[in-house]
Design a protein around this ligand. Structure first.
Ligand SMILES: *[C@@H]1O[C@H](CO)[C@@H](O)[C@H](O)[C@H]1NC(C)=O
Ligand SMILES: *[C@@H]1O[C@H](CO)[C@@H](O)[C@H](O)[C@H]1NC(C)=O
Length: 391
């Protein structure tokens, strides 16, 4: 996964635990036996190129320990207990009673994405501000090509990202196929460091790719050493399911989930996994929302296939009951594709994540303005008797 921007900010996060109030700076300086203790606090603040995070519980992938973290020019150079201050130019940050952990990386976002006649409301500034507030310090967004033109898509996303406030990288979506797209994929990998390409098996008539295109894309990814990613839902069947809901007059947010049940996610996940096996290339399944899809991944992994499954926060913790809220503004906030499933899927996904069947977590942050007419709030729930309300 690419990181075309320069890593220019420190990936260190101070997460407050139990104790909210920090110790006065002078107390700490005395304890550490060093530092200037001037108006700027311990160590006089320094010039910002050398930072010492003292007194916290340092959390890493392998363990948590009481340790100080010393950073020079944005690089962590020492992690051990009781690192002495000893220099006025070191900026000391008191982390007593707090966890010190690496910033989170969100592998799945859609900031300022144009879609279905509107644009997601968080851009590369507001999205970054929200992410940083929660401790996520880097994300990977998806470049959407402009009329299938990858270079034009990248130019557009670089422009969107000019207001960025944190580190980011790009995956790229492949929405159509021809020799030019194939050639440009190579340019993306070799010249722009974008080496993960996403294929949408859903969104018939806009982003959806056919099996034919998916196969060619998988082969191209294999030849480039790039990672193929899929949004796995059967787009043809989803279109059929949507027509069913419209025929029944179910036009509220609950109709969204009813139109694209887990079986369609399971089918597409299994199909993508098998095609990737046929091509013999690794596969990354984004936003695994159902037990159906997760079990296909588990099975492939048991058989030794390289498949990466990414659950998202909403799928891990929510259930579809929100979609039945009588208030449109509330219910519509829970619409996403694949949909948030019935209770039970979330617990199964959590278990799969802790056992390693699923490997990493994204947000699929892709927020739309639910008060916009494009989302049909005007004709919300003209539902015939007996259909409104969850059975
Ligand atoms: C794709 O977009 C780039 C940049 O806007 C442009 O230079 C190039 O000619 C376009 N390619 C095609 C095939 O239209
Ligand atoms: C959402 O759309 C409505 C109607 O177009 C507009 O008044 C409102 O400002 C928008 N909200 C945001 C956060 O963009």
């Amino acid at each position: 996964m690419a990181t075309p921007c320069r890593i220019r900010r420190l990936l260190v996060l101070l997460a407050a635990v139990a104790v909210a109030a920090s110790h006065p700076a002078h107390e700490f300086c005395a304890a550490a036996g060093g530092g200037g203790g001037g108006a700027g606090g311990c160590g006089g603040g320094g010039d910002g190129t050398r930072i010492l995070i003292k007194g916290g519980t340092m959390v890493n992938a392998h363990r948590a320990e009481e340790a100080d973290v010393y950073i020079e020019d944005g690089v962590v150079v020492a992690v051990r207990p009781n690192i002495p201050v000893g220099d006025d130019n070191v900026k000391v940050i008191d982390a007593t009673g707090k966890y010190v952990m690496p910033g989170g990386i969100d592998p799945h976002t859609h900031l300022e994405m144009e879609f279905m006649g509107t644009v997601t409301i968080d851009d590369f500034y507001s999205g970054h501000a929200a992410a940083l507030a929660g401790g996520t310090t880097m994300h990977i967004d998806f470049v959407i090509p402009v009329n299938g033109n990858l270079t034009a898509g990248l130019e557009s996303y670089k422009h969107k990202a000019e207001k960025s406030a944190m580190d980011y990288g790009f995956h790229m979506a492949i929405t159509k196929w021809n020799d030019e797209v194939s050639r440009e994929m190579e340019v993306m990998v070799k010249e722009h460091g974008i080496n993960s390409f996403k294929f949408f098996m859903a969104y018939k008539g806009s982003l959806m790719v056919t099996d034919d295109l998916l196969l060619q894309g998988l082969q191209k990814c294999k030849s480039l050493g790039a990672l193929a990613m899929v949004h796995a839902e059967n787009g043809d069947a989803v279109a059929e399911g949507q027509q069913r809901m419209i025929d029944l007059g179910i036009t509220g947010p609950e109709g969204h989930a009813l139109s694209r049940p887990p079986v369609l996610e399971g089918e597409a996940t299994s199909r993508a996994i098998r095609l990737a096996k046929f091509v013999n290339t690794p596969l990354y399944v984004v936003h695994v929302m159902s037990t159906d899809a997760m079990e296909e991944i588990a099975k492939a992994k048991r058989e030794g296939q390289r498949v990466i499954g990414e659950p998202v926060v909403s799928g891990l913790v929510l259930d579809d009951s929100w979609l039945w809220d009588p208030d449109f503004a509330t219910a519509s906030k829970y619409v996403m594709s694949p949909p948030i499933r019935e209770a039970g899927h979330n617990k199964a996904l959590q278990a799969a994540l802790s056992s390693g069947i699923l490997q990493l977590v994204g947000t699929d942050h892709c927020t739309f303005n639910s008060t916009q007419k494009a989302f049909g709030s005007d004709d919300f729930r003209k539902i015939p008797n007996g259909v409104n309300g969850k059975p």
